[in-house]
Write a protein that binds this ligand. Sequence first.
Ligand SMILES: [Zn+2]
Length: 463
Amino acid sequence: MLKRAALLLLLSIGSAQADPLPALTRDGLQALTLAKDSIALHSVAGADNQTINVAELYRKTLVDGGFPADAITITRLNDTAYMVLRWAGQDSALKPLVISGHMDVVAARASDWARDPFTPVVENGYLYGRGASDMKMSNALAITALLHLYHQGYKPKRDIILALSGDEETTMKTGQILASQLSNAQEVLNLDVGGGTLDEESGQPLFYSWSGAEKTYADIALTVTDPGGHSSEPQAHNAITTLAQALVKIQAHPFRPELNALTRSYFLNAARFTTPHLASAMRVFAASPDNAQAVATLRAEPSLVGAIGTTCVPTRIEGGHALNALPQRAEANINCRIFPGHSRMDIIHELAAIIDNPAVRIEDRSEGSVETQPSPMNGPLPTAVVTAAQQAFPDVPVFASMSSGASDSMWFREKGVPAYGASPIFMKSSDNFSHGLNERVPLSAITPGMHFLLSIIPALSQN
Ligand SMILES: [Zn+2]
């Protein structure tokens, strides 16, 4: 999943205007071709998963371009695979730079799309296809940038490792394995998260935001059981209404508003790019997160509510077994996105206190997610991101953010490796159809994306 920062969609949603077809360099054309070839591969979890074919395509591209075949390993895991390219540095004592991405994509039902999702189409200045923006163009740019540097005779000081997972959109097991294998990394540049935002009208760069933290994903089951009985003989207790009362209490519960260094920086900087009303709330909140009016304003804005604290919301419900029987069981899933600094158990205790009814059983059913702390705000990578974004677009403002979704970064952060989401892609918020219908990436993103990567990869590997 491509996790961009809360991108203030309120700004202005323009019509999908055709960008002029940009002139591409040889590198740009190579990246476009690789992105198209990889989109044509159905790298979706399930029986006909072609993620391993994506890995083979990348390996062939790298080996044809001069990398030694033994620098690349592809490992199968169930229906998918993960890939590692290790470009050996001059000083093996230095910790490696890891460039992280994923090769799998979210499923797409062809009948719902205007064009076949697995047939890459270039039209109106866009490359269309499932995975175009999440994240096969980013992978293609990274591979092309590495080949460019290799041909240039660039000699990294530390190892550069391109680590591509194969089930980031589903089970996230391969990302976990990669993080275990690469836990000695200096830091992780995750190309799946963050990125540049272009103005809806002019197409000019507005800002670039990188992500240094993400919220913890949790699925928490609430279950009420009851002896049940004949529906003609109602009783004081009923599993469905007991569960419903618990759900209403959760909906009404305001989780504590919170701020960390990343979100403070985000609010202060992003306030320049939104409506005056929101901007004022963002600035007030950054200074005093307990200001009730600012909290109410931000909580009412779906793209920002996740940035001001933990959220928990019912996402599924099931109950009863017959139309004419008192329910013996009712169950709901509560999906929580937990602000960094709290464990899932903290939130389960908080939910138990809100519900305040021992008849409701509360159980953590989260899979494939770990609790992580924010990566440091300062360091080589946050510094290099500023230069890289400004190589793409001079003077573009660059600032930090926190992702509300989960990415492979969490597995590295769990191992104590600083991980940062910093995608090479600049695009309009209205062009972001990741996971959705008619996914696309503007061809105009290719050249700035190459500039970004050709700046940041050497910056992080030359000393
Ligand atoms: Zn993604």
